[in-house]
Design a protein. Structure first.
Length: 137
């Protein structure tokens, strides 16, 4: 069974995502991917943030875990550095013919109107917004 892990990075009221344009469809995904041999879920989340967004993340705190064909775990990012959008993961190899990957930010207040996957993460974030999430810096 493949485990997947990713990050939830919120800064200045916006969420870091990957805009996908594929076969004429536009949608957004939370940065993340599958675990590689010997990695922990947190190590996978850190690696995927570097590959997909070009940033180094730290201070991760588990946000949610769910099962959908396999186990998915997403972590809130405490801190990050690096140049956002400078990822060099296999996603950016255009010879794969898998559409476009564009790192970007979505204002949190626009989240409900966006096609964002996984849906479980979108629903979690919308619930957090509705509940007035506390920030414990």
């Amino acid at each position: 069974m493949i485990h997947r892990a990713g990050i939830i990075l919120i800064e200045n009221g916006s969420l870091a995502v990957i805009k996908r344009i594929r076969n004429g469809c536009v949608y957004y995904v939370i940065p993340g991917g599958g675990m590689k041999g010997g990695e922990t879920e947190m190590e996978t989340a850190v690696r995927e943030a570097k590959e997909e967004l070009g940033i180094n993340v730290s201070g991760l705190k588990i946000a949610l875990t769910f099962r959908q064909n396999n186990t998915h775990s997403y972590y809130f990012v405490g801190k990050y550095n690096g140049l956002f959008g400078s990822g060099k993961g296999e996603e950016y190899d255009y010879t794969r013919n898998r559409g476009e990957y564009i790192p970007c930010w979505i204002p949190i207040e626009e989240l409900s109107g966006k096609k964002l996957y996984p849906l479980e993460v979108k629903q979690f974030l919308l619930q957090q917004m509705a509940g007035g999430q506390e920030d414990d810096d």
